[in-house]
Design a protein around this ligand. Structure first.
Ligand code: MN
Length: 248
């Protein structure tokens, strides 16, 4: 089995190393990852400058581009066929609810799904004190199942693993839907040393709506692994009928 692995935290990230090591039990792992951290670039593709690819060691490649660029270069520049599986991560931080479209990790899996490769994005729910071992084992188990069963065309799995020291500390796996984030006034205006104003997006961390039953956010709040099927098709099929009733 041929497995393409990428991330958005960069080729040197501990989460990527742990994931690649765990997946090596399933087959040949080829890592193509950004040469530096590229978190929150979403599904961006580089179209207006050249991309450089550096082989660091056999089957490990760094790209001076986005996570999505890595999928393109991996499939068309390095591998001579489509991989059997694509796994993104393990992200250093959660990718839950409304954050999915910002996520470079999910961007990798979206691109994989668009290529027709069974794809998963795996994230660790922590901001510090990361335990990648248990998450890597979960990733391997899920990856093995995805490889065996396949996924529907245009569907990927978004996986979030609670940050626990031992695999036994996880309280099961839940299949979930996307939850919601609480947004605050997330822009700060400051003044730089030369007297010019600047803005910084982020502001206070308000967290997620953890009470919503059946969501990714609720599952991880209860110490459970969350597995959400995500579609590349962003159409609101439910509203489509109502929209047809408008006088457009
Ligand atoms: Mn990241």
């Amino acid at each position: 089995m041929l497995i393409l692995v990428s991330n958005d935290d960069g080729i040197g990230a501990a989460g990527l190393q742990a994931l690649a090591a765990a997946l090596a039990y399933l087959g040949r792992v080829v890592v193509v990852a950004p040469d530096r951290e590229r978190s929150a670039v979403g599904h961006a593709l580089t179209l207006h400058r050249p991309l450089r690819l550096t082989e660091l060691r056999p089957d490990w490649y760094a790209v001076d581009g986005t996570p999505t660029d890595c999928v393109h270069l991996g499939v068309h520049g390095i591998l001579d066929r489509l991989p059997d599986l694509l796994v993104a991560g393990i992200n250093h931080g959660p990718n839950l609810g409304d954050d999915l479209t910002y996520s470079g990790t999910v961007g990798v899996a979206l691109e994989g799904a668009l290529f027709g490769i069974p794809s998963l994005a795996v994230s660790l729910v922590a901001r510090e004190g990361f335990h990648f071992g248990p998450a890597a084992e979960v990733a391997r188990e899920l990856a093995a199942q995805v490889a065996e069963r396949g996924l529907p065309d245009g569907t990927l799995l978004n996986v979030n693993v609670p940050n626990v020291a031992r695999l036994d500390d996880l309280r099961g796996i839940r299949t979930t839907r996307q939850g919601r984030r609480r947004f605050g006034s997330g822009v700060e205006r400051k003044t730089d040393p030369r007297g010019r104003g600047y803005y910084w997006i982020g502001g206070e961390e308000l967290g997620y709506v953890a009470e919503d039953p059946g969501t990714d956010v609720e599952a991880v709040a209860h110490g459970r692994v969350s597995v959400t099927p995500v579609r590349t098709d962003l159409t609101d099929h439910g509203f489509l009928e109502a929209l047809r009733g408008w006088a457009l």
